[in-house]
Design a protein around this ligand. Structure first.
Ligand SMILES: [Fe+2]
Ligand SMILES: [Fe+2]
Length: 252
């Protein structure tokens, strides 16, 4: 993987970002709004609001190995902090405060710290795949213009993050066989279930269903695995690397 190539993608992606219309009229009311606020509060903390960086005890094994890779990780997490800013603006729109901790995020960070950077990167990738589905469902179901505009920005960014992970794993040039796939899907379903436990109420109040969420995350994992194996085949056949924009479009 060429880190410069992806760093440039993140730099370009930081341009042309229309700010959501936070002053648009609010029509959400009652339980649907209060459930949405709870969900946004947790995402504001978890999606770039907490320690928005690699936190594994051995992260230097990755960051210290290559200065260009470190710059790439920096711009990736800058984008995560931007998500937190957007979610914080959505909370202000609904006159809600930000939260400082939540059990699921504390648990997530604790496991990432202890389990090492390799595990952490997989945990972040799977979280991005399942969060991508959450934001897509929110954009589809939540009847609020500013929230939909915010989701559109985050969905675009997360597609880039998922594509970057695909390029990173392709560069490992190892076998991603059936056993790897079974573990990958199992961990993805676990990550998705924790997300859904905490955010189901907000999306169901807006008309989303459990089946839609689980179908979405299964398809997200399918798409990732198929793309990764396809990229590996291309690389081993000596084909040119796909343009970054094509990889991002494939992960959208
Ligand atoms: Fe994010
Ligand atoms: Fe992300």
């Amino acid at each position: 993987m060429n880190p410069d190539y992806w760093t440039e993608h993140f730099r370009r992606n930081a341009e042309h970002r229309p700010e959501p219309d936070w002053d648009a009229p609010v029509s959400l009311r009652g339980p649907a709004l209060s459930k949405l606020v709870k969900s946004l509060q947790q995402f504001q903390l978890g999606d770039g609001g907490g320690p928005a960086y690699l936190i594994a005890w051995n992260r230097e094994r990755l960051l210290g190995s290559d200065a260009k890779l470190k710059s790439l990780v920096d711009v990736w997490f800058a984008e995560e902090r931007e998500h937190s800013r957007l979610l914080g603006s959505a909370l202000k729109r609904f006159f809600a405060r930000e939260i400082r901790d939540h059990w699921s995020f504390s648990l997530f960070c604790g496991v990432r710290r202890m389990a090492g950077v390799r595990f952490e990167l997989y945990a972040l990738l799977l979280t991005e795949i399942v969060s991508h589905v959450y934001y897509k469902m929110m954009r589809k179901h939540v009847n609020d213009r500013a929230v939909r505009e915010m989701c559109a920005l985050i969905i675009r960014d997360e597609a880039g993050h998922i594509a970057f992970h695909r390029a990173r794993l392709t560069a490992e040039n190892r076998r991603f066989g059936k056993v790897w796939e079974a573990f990958f899907r199992m961990r993805g379903l676990a990550a998705g279930t924790v997300l859904w436990m905490n955010h189901r109420g907000a999306l169901r109040a807006s008309g989303a269903t459990d089946a839609e969420f689980y179908r979405g995350i299964w398809q997200g994992m399918d798409n990732f695995i198929r793309g990764l194996r396809g990229d590996l085949e291309r690389m081993r056949a000596g084909a040119a690397m796909k343009p970054c924009s094509q990889m991002v479009a494939e992960c959208a």
